[in-house]
Write a protein that binds this ligand. Structure first.
Ligand SMILES: C[S@@+](CC[C@H](N)C(=O)[O-])C[C@H]1O[C@@H](n2cnc3c(N)ncnc32)[C@H](O)[C@@H]1O
Length: 268
């Protein structure tokens, strides 16, 4: 049940890309097979029919297709740039405070990485008001994990020991690490689907759109959703995509910012 050609058929039906899923397909296929079995679908054709007929089945399938892989300070050079250039420049320009959207935030690794950088730049409980972070994901289970803020050691492999000691609490012999609770302040967690929901608010100064929309979705869906994302980025705001991701053609509003090819500024 669900060999690769059948899986490709399912991806095509959902508007998803084989290229994005190829390397992570084992786990995704396992989840989908379980779903098919629970629904009594012996083959992909009957499963596709159920997806078309029953909205809740489709929603569950969409959730099962999400890939929650993330880690703290993924792409170290990016975080150096965020700390040394992007945040200081945004703060200089928007002294009243800045608004950041982490779109497709998985279990919060990206969001808390940002909060740690903010702290290192001199954030204090009073200044938490100056940074408003909206963190969204279509998968509510990821959001629950993000709110709990407890992570296995593998999520922290790029975190320097001193940062680990300062911002995480080790959970005894379990190998788990809990994010310190003061880092949770000022974060608005929200269930949000990039393909179908309007942006959570207008005029963000910085948007993280990494390793989701541009990796997993077919061109048409990607373009429409990216258009909505750019619509809520302020002029001169910063868009950060994944280090291996490429923008679709026709995004003239964006120009590269600095030395990393996946960091952009919205020019108009
Ligand atoms: C691979 S993780 C990336 C997490 C983080 N942005 C990073 O780069 O480390 C992809 C996340 O995007 C979410 N996602 C995928 N499609 C989405 C959509 N259409 N709307 C909102 N979130 C989505 C998934 O649920 C998953 O948590």
């Amino acid at each position: 049940m669900l060999n690769d050609p059948e899986f490709r058929q399912l991806l095509g039906h959902l508007g998803l890309l084989w290229k994005g899923y190829r390397r992570v397909r084992k786990g995704v296929k396992k989840r989908v097979r379980r779903h098919m079995r629970a629904l009594g679908c012996p083959d992909v054709t009957s499963y596709l029919q159920k997806l078309d007929e029953q909205e809740e089945v489709r929603l569950e399938c969409d959730r099962l297709m999400t890939v929650p892989i993330s880690r703290f300070f993924r792409d170290r050079m990016l975080w150096e740039m965020v700390e040394q250039e992007i945040l200081p420049q945004l703060l200089k320009k928007y002294s009243a405070g800045i608004r950041v959207w982490s779109a497709g935030c998985a279990s919060g690794e990206e969001v808390y990485s940002l909060k740690i950088v903010w702290e290192r730049l001199g954030g204090s409980p009073r200044r938490q008001r100056d940074l408003e972070v909206t963190a969204t994901d279509m998968n509510p289970i990821n959001l629950q994990r993000a709110k709990a803020g407890v992570y296995p050691a593998s999520s922290l492999k790029e975190v320097p020991e001193q940062v680990k000691a300062q911002y995480f609490v080790s959970q005894g012999g379990s190998g788990l690490h809990r994010i310190r609770s003061f880092l949770k302040r000022g974060i608005i967690w929200k269930k949000h689907n990039l393909l179908s929901d309007p942006p959570p608010r207008s005029c963000f100064h910085m948007i993280f759109l990494r390793n989701n929309l541009l990796t997993y979705y077919q061109d048409k869906l990607k373009r429409e959703a990216l258009g909505r994302v750019l619509g809520c980025l302020c002029k001169d705001g910063v868009l950060i995509v994944g280090s291996h991701e490429v923008l679709p053609l026709g995004t003239h509003q964006l120009l590269p910012l600095g030395s990393l090819p996946y960091v952009y500024q919205k020019r108009f």
